[in-house]
Design a protein around this ligand. Structure first.
Ligand code: C5P
Length: 340
């Protein structure tokens, strides 16, 4: 009786963590989109901040926060922290090395997305990047053996179409006028986004495989990921911006808004890790899609830089319908499972 009483509560707390992490992801993505959108409307003075340096700052902040979380998990004992870092990271080089793969890919991806954003308008960038919903599903099926029903595939297609419609009209109507982009630079931008779609799907699912198939804590895994991210990111700074760093320093052009974006990006890394652990990469796609709708609506009511059209509402309806359709099919195995 004891066992059967404790089982539902363990699965209940798992399911609570799942929805809490998904909810926080919606809030984090919404704030990040709004801050980036807001920062685009401001014309800064002096040199722009270096994107490669922002990537490194976010990585550092993420590692420090994860260290703090491991410290907290061990009742703020310095000895225990030391032991965990030694045993789990230094003394298990092969386990640590596994994280070099997603980390290298994420670093490439983070830099590719900056390339994409500087060569494409925001709408095209956002619409094309939604293809990662499908690449993520394909990698989840092939690498994790996840089984998706017909309704779930259908719902992913509807989600992708819906979020593409939601993104489509935003830039062509109103909004700050963007500079015209040449066809060549558009092509560079689209290729960068397409590579990012594959890297996003693969790295996310690879990280999910590591988290779900081994026992190490998600924060220790994140430190391992972050350490490689830091190394790759620093290489990026020297390769892309070495000259500029020598001229004006690593933190040139940083302002409070830059720090806000860096902090939100670091928070994103933490929340995404939690979502991948307690939910999965596919549900993460739904959470970020919903947050895009939310941020667009907030942007309409507060920043007044967007005029929602019927296409936006059609897209939003599709995203919401897809969310329900995916959950509808997803409930069935759970019912069978509890009967067993
Ligand atoms: O677009 P996508 O969902 O693939 O973006 C994931 C982002 O989350 C990447 O920028 C990656 O660096 C970050 N991430 C992280 N820590 C994790 C997993 C992902 O910082 N554990």
């Amino acid at each position: 009786c004891h066992v059967s009483m404790s089982l539902p509560s363990a699965s209940q707390s798992q399911s609570r963590l799942k929805y809490v992490s998904l909810g926080v992801l919606v809030l984090q993505t919404t704030s990040l989109v709004l801050t980036m959108r807001y920062s685009r409307t401001l014309l800064g003075e002096g040199p722009r901040y270096l994107a490669s340096s922002a990537v490194v700052s976010a990585e550092l902040l993420k590692i420090l926060t994860c260290l703090l979380l491991v410290f907290y998990d061990h009742s703020f004992s310095v000895r225990a922290l030391n032991r965990v870092l030694n045993e789990e990271i230094l003394n298990k080089p092969m386990e640590t090395l596994k994280l070099a793969i997603p980390s290298g890919i994420y670093t490439l991806q983070n830099n590719l997305l900056y390339v994409a954003l500087s060569n494409l308008d925001a709408a095209t960038y956002q619409v094309t990047y939604q293809l990662k919903i499908l690449t993520t599903a394909l990698f989840s099926v092939s690498m994790l053996g996840k089984r998706l029903g017909l309704y779930q595939w259908l719902s992913l297609l509807i989600l992708m179409t819906g979020i593409a419609l939601v993104q489509w009209p935003t830039e062509s109507l109103g909004g700050p006028s963007s500079k015209p982009l040449s066809a060549g630079s558009q092509l560079v931008g689209v290729i960068a986004v397409l590579i990012a779609c594959f890297s996003s799907g693969f790295a996310g699912v690879y990280f999910e495989k590591i988290l779900k198939e081994t026992k190490q804590s998600v924060w220790v895994r994140n430190i391992q990921l972050g350490l490689f991210g830091l190394v790759f990111g620093l290489i990026g700074v020297f390769v892309y911006d070495g000259e500029r760093v020598r001229e004006s320093g690593v933190f040139q052009g940083y302002n409070s808004l830059t720090w806000t974006v860096v902090a939100l990006q670091a928070l994103g890394g933490l929340v995404i890790a939690a979502v991948i652990k307690y939910a999965d990469n596919i549900l993460k796609g739904f959470a970020t899609s919903l947050s895009i709708i939310l941020s667009t609506l907030i942007s309409y009511f507060w920043l007044k830089d967007f005029d929602p059209t019927s296409v936006f509402f059609l897209g939003a309806m599709l995203v919401i319908a897809a969310t329900f359709l995916y959950g509808y099919e997803g409930k069935r195995p759970a019912i069978n499972h509890s009967k067993v």
